[in-house]
Design a protein around this ligand. Structure first.
Ligand SMILES: Nc1nc2c(c(=O)[nH]1)N[C@H]1C(S)=C(S)[C@@H](COP(=O)(O)OP(=O)(O)OC[C@H]3O[C@@H](n4cnc5c(N)ncnc54)[C@H](O)[C@@H]3O)O[C@H]1N2
Ligand code: MOO
Length: 413
């Protein structure tokens, strides 16, 4: 993706993302949890199969197990009945077995005919219509994988299918990485919480609930430190408490360049600022650094902009991949494809722009339309958007032309 000519002093998005991903270190340690507690946890070690899968040759159908070579016009008597859970039986020559899905195929049988293809005569003999292939409808022992084969690598997220596979192996406990503890700080003297009475100059704290929801969806344990006043002493105190109680600190607001913006200087004082400012709109005043805690690196701190949509974009593009890396998860590149714009618009000087768009599928090709007002304080469009149309710096949008589109699905945990 081209980035255009970037404003001086701002990092390119891809460079900032690569720095965040490279800086992310999985939280050390390992816990053993039951399978029921393991949903969405990250596997700490490679797991291999304890059992062949399937464990025995078994039937894929309700029907009749038989020797294929013995199928003839004379029919076969039913000499065995094999439900699921039965012991492995031996099929006498010249007979067939009534069998059910999942039941062990008796020794000697080399095919299963589904009951829909069978007629029973008055004497109870089985007449098969159509061809029966050798091995038909038999799920062979070990056909999926064998004992000792690799099942899941360390770093895998234990989703429903992965948990089911482990359960099918009889595994009841798994080694997982510790959950990431994230301290959340909202800064701003103007902020009040929803439910409090509104007044002149007040702003409801929307970043707190947004980031808490995002962090929780990303499987973090959130230590919510609430609203902290915009002054160095309060920030110093809050950052110290956050550092002592969490693996990562996320704060919003006060990260820009005004004299009321104290996040960067306090971060520098308590540790070190690694970078500040990314050439994206919204999301420019993104800050990253470490709070010194005596350890070699310290506790990472992400400073997201106060403007709510800038905060959301900063989370999606930069903070989330860092969190994923700290959780031991693999972080992939941004996924995008080209979509035609259904509108025209002036570009943004010196910064890539991430327009909040909806995709209209009604025509002969998908069309990106603005989801609403694009100000970095305008949450309505962000709440409606299907994704971002990403424009290189200084690039005007021309209706009918194609631009990279980042579907929002890739940012959903
Ligand atoms: N002279 C300059 N001014 C600004 C620049 C700049 O480069 N030069 N950058 C602008 C950009 S871009 C952004 S984004 C904002 C970000 O500023 P801060 O991170 O310092 O945020 P604040 O100044 O504290 O607040 C900005 C805005 O957002 C509202 N806000 C803050 N926190 C919350 C919250 N938790 N929930 C809802 N809304 C919040 C706050 O009331 C302000 O309206 O700076 C520009 N300025
Ligand atoms: O990050 Mo700011 O405008 O780019 O909202």
């Amino acid at each position: 993706m081209s980035c255009g000519t970037l404003a001086r002093g701002l990092l390119d998005l891809e460079v900032a993302r690569a720095r965040m991903i490279a800086a992310a270190e999985p939280v050390p340690g390992e816990e053993r949890v039951t399978l029921e507690q393991a949903s969405r946890r990250v596997l700490a070690r490679d797991l291999s199969a304890r059992l062949d899968m399937p464990g025995i040759d078994n039937s894929a159908m309700d029907g009749y197990a038989l020797r294929v070579a013995e199928v003839s016009g004379a029919g076969l008597p039913v000499v065995l009945r094999v439900p699921a859970g039965a012991e492995v039986a031996v099929l006498p020559e010249g007979g067939c077995a009534r069998i059910f899905t999942g039941a062990p195929v008796p020794e000697g049988a080399d095919g299963v005919v589904p009951q829909e293809r069978v007629r029973l005569d008055e004497a109870g003999r089985v007449h098969v219509s159509g061809e029966t292939r050798l091995g038909a409808n038999i799920r062979r022992r070990g056909e999926e994988y064998r004992t000792g084969d690799a099942l899941l690598p360390a770093g895998w997220i234990l989703d429903a299918a992965a948990l089911a596979m482990l359960a099918s192996q009889g595994i009841d406990e798994v080694p997982v990485l510790p959950r990431l503890k994230v301290a959340l700080i909202s800064t701003g003297d103007e902020l009040i919480e929803p439910g409090e009475p509104f007044g002149p100059g007040r702003v409801y704290n929307s970043n707190r609930v947004m980031l808490k929801a995002l962090l929780e969806r990303a499987d973090c344990d959130v230590l919510d430190l609430g609203i902290i006043a915009d002054d160095p002493a309060s920030l110093r105190e809050a950052f110290s408490a956050a550092r002592d109680g969490a693996d990562l600190v996320v704060c919003t607001g006060g990260v820009s360049v005004g004299e009321e913006d104290h996040v960067r200087p306090v971060l520098d004082e308590l540790g070190g600022l690694w970078f500040h400012g990314v050439a994206i709109k919204p999301g420019k005043p993104f800050a990253f650094g470490y709070l010194d805690d005596g350890s070699p690196k310290g506790v990472p701190l992400i400073g997201l902009p106060g403007n709510p949509v800038a905060s959301l974009v900063g989370w999606h593009l930069l903070a989330r991949p860092f969190v994923q890396g700290c959780q031991g998860r693999a972080v992939g590149p941004l996924q995008h494809y080209r979509v035609c714009a259904g509108f025209s618009r002036r570009g943004s000087p010196g910064r890539r722009e991430l327009l909040r768009v909806v995709i209209d599928w009604q025509g002969d090709r998908p069309l990106a339309l603005l989801a609403g007002g694009q100000g970095s304080h305008m949450l309505h469009a962000a709440s409606q958007a299907h994704g971002y149309l990403m424009l290189a710096a200084d690039t005007d949008v021309e209706e009918g032309h194609e631009y990279p589109y980042l579907p929002a699905g890739q940012f959903v945990d």
